[in-house]
Write a protein that binds this ligand. Structure first.
Ligand SMILES: [Zn+2]
Length: 197
């Protein structure tokens, strides 16, 4: 499908750039780059099993899947994962680890970078189906049903293979950690050695 330049409105023309056929503005050089979308999913541990939801929407209507969805532009992926759990299984979840990062290649739509977390229900929380789910249930890891997406199948396989991990506290603060500290703390700073080269 043809598109128009977001700067000047001119019809874009196909050009090969860095080996990719891309649409380019013939007037100002604007390039319609094809970028991946980012999605997050969570293996939520509860009652010795894993929480799955049965989808009330396409794609995959009627099939089971992990709670998850697309990351908004202003969201840390970990925050998006927690939000999707709130929306889809009606429960507050704390992330306890990173399971993996997955590339889901597409040809007719944007490809997806999927980020999979391990998590658990916050104490006292229970699960119920959000508006995009027909039902939610806890499955034993060795009795998992067929799931809607190959990527979710890969995440579940990785989960079943991997031993329990720690480190979830860092996941939600990744953005804050990327900010440089304005003042180095003299208390926490280790003594530095002089290196000569
Ligand atoms: Zn243009």
């Amino acid at each position: 499908m043809a598109h128009f330049c977001v700067n000047c409105g001119a019809p874009l023309v196909l050009q090969t750039i860095e080996g990719h056929a891309l649409e380019v503005c013939p007037k100002d050089g604007y390039v319609l780059w094809r970028d991946p979308k980012v999605a997050a999913a969570v293996v939520v541990e509860a009652d010795g099993g894993i929480v799955l939801g049965r989808r009330a929407i396409e794609p995959g209507y009627g099939l089971w899947c992990l709670p998850g969805g697309f990351v908004d532009d202003d969201e840390d992926p970990a925050a998006a994962a927690v939000r999707e759990c709130r929306e889809e299984i009606n429960a507050q979840v704390v992330l306890t680890g990173l399971l993996g990062v997955y590339h889901i290649a597409k040809t007719t739509a944007s490809s997806i970078i999927g980020i999979a977390y391990r998590g658990r229900l916050v104490d006292g929380e229970s699960i119920s189906a959000g508006p995009e789910m027909l039902e939610v249930a806890v499955f034993s890891p060795d009795e998992l049903p067929q799931v809607a997406f190959p990527s979710h199948q890969a995440v579940l396989s990785a989960y079943v293979r991997s031993p329990a991990q720690q480190g979830g506290a860092e996941l939600l603060n990744a953005g804050a950690a990327a900010q440089p500290a304005s003042q180095p703390s003299p208390v926490r700073e280790a003594p530095r050695r002089q290196h000569k080269r």
